[in-house]
Design a binder for this molecule. Sequence first.
Ligand SMILES: Nc1ncnc2c1ncn2[C@@H]1O[C@H](COP(=O)(O)OP(=O)(O)OP(=O)(O)O)[C@@H](O)[C@H]1O
Ligand SMILES: [Mg+2]
Length: 257
Amino acid sequence: MSTIVSFKDVSLNFGGVKALNNVSFDIKEGSLHAIIGPNGAGKTSIFNCISGIYKPTSGHVEFKGENIGSLRPDEIANKGVARTFQNIELFENMTVLDNILIGAHRHIDYGSISGILFGPSVREKEIEARKIAEDIIDFLEIEEYRFSYILSLPYGIQKRVELARALAMKPEIILLDEPAAGMNNEETEDIARFILDIHEELKITTVLVDHDMNMVMDIAEDVIVMDFGQKLFDGIPKDAIHDKQVIEAYLGVSTDK
Ligand SMILES: Nc1ncnc2c1ncn2[C@@H]1O[C@H](COP(=O)(O)OP(=O)(O)OP(=O)(O)O)[C@@H](O)[C@H]1O
Ligand SMILES: [Mg+2]
């Protein structure tokens, strides 16, 4: 299996804070890889370095063997990297469908001239975008909310819409930052099922950040454990729970979210 994302000795400093300290790992194409660790461990920083929001202080990140250090976030997204955010980032005054169409449009290349002339091919592409959006709406079972405004929706559904927007980009890899945070047990089970479907049916490489081990242990194939910007562990989940450093990192860690 080839490597899709590779961290090579990545450090990320904010003043005196080492958000990431010499972190290296590979994410295999087609895998379902989890990243866990306590508050402030550096999990979101890893996603920010992959998606280009932050640039490493030293070391570099590769996407399919290419150093993506000089690319802007939108350029990295266009290569096939989609993400969701720890705090939902949707257009709150727009409908579910319109939010998802924004994701679908990113995937569709209009070409500048036809875009300006608004010829028939643009209309065809609008239809294509709508088809992509509708397929994902069915896939994530949010048909009944299609025309609802984001602000009016329960939190768990908003999280699902954010997932839908990311999927509408037809990504090669999807980065999910705490997709189950703030959810009750039933919503968490739903989201776990969708994550498995994304991985198994849509065959998208999936990286899942989570705070606690439960969901991760159930569904991930590989897990990286972070603590204070350091990688403590990288391997299969069942070995992580017996690892001395991992156990220490989790002792006394608050599980309230
Ligand atoms: N923009 C920033 N400016 C200053 N410090 C930052 C910034 N972003 C992250 N940090 C710091 O870097 C460290 C890692 O933060 P990060 O958000 O990656 O952790 P996390 O593992 O995602 O935590 P959480 O579980 O709370 O989401 C923390 O000490 C955090 O305060
Ligand atoms: Mg975080």
